[in-house]
Design a protein around this ligand. Sequence first.
Ligand SMILES: O=C(O)CCC(=O)C(=O)O
Ligand SMILES: [Fe+2]
Length: 239
Amino acid sequence: MTPADTPLSCVQSADSETDYDGLSEQQIDLICQSLYQNGWVVVEKLLSDTLVQQLRADILRLDNEQQFRKAGIGRDQAFVLRDDIRTDRICWLEGEAPVQARFMAILEQLMTVVNRRLYLGMNHFEAMYAIYEPGQFYKKHLDSFRGQRNRIMTLVFYLNPDWNSDDGGQFLLYPEVGEQGQNISDALQLSDTPVAQVEPEAGTVAAFLSEEFPHEVITAQATRYSIAVWFRIRDGAPV
Ligand SMILES: O=C(O)CCC(=O)C(=O)O
Ligand SMILES: [Fe+2]
């Protein structure tokens, strides 16, 4: 897999049907093709306005109910708060609200097809709401370390209607690390020129191979809402 020859060459726009939640064959095709060729894809207007509005209402409700906690890095015992690396707050989706269940059905559909076409062996996903207040960021990082094969593909869905470029909070995707990804600090210092800069506009999704693409969220100047999803291989499952 090689990085895109031209920056943004795999940014796509796929008009979604307004009142049907599922993805069309055409939308799925273009996602699979770009992932296969480049390892990443950005699609605008993937989710319908209605679904985005309902997900946004759900994130606001959960925040109101104080269900969010400060994000850290690492899992379980290795979890640490690192204000120098990320400062957002997060809440995992459990699928308990009807809109979450509908969103998860789309993820299931996407995971199944991407798996079938790209032979990635993914069998499980986790999804997390994130809120970045003005001044908050997530520095350049990889979502999965090489060889661990726990997070295979990352998808980030944005929930911010009329996002302005002055609002900051852009998502930057850096070139694939390839073999150098064996060493994480080398990998993060590699190229400083992003292959994509994405406005976190409602309906847009960015997807990429978790082990391969360093990325970051630059400091937001307005409150920024998103959902990060990881397609995974469950521990112990055959690859
Ligand atoms: O919100 C984004 O644009 C990316 C978030 C991210 O990189 C993460 O949660 O790991
Ligand atoms: Fe990330």
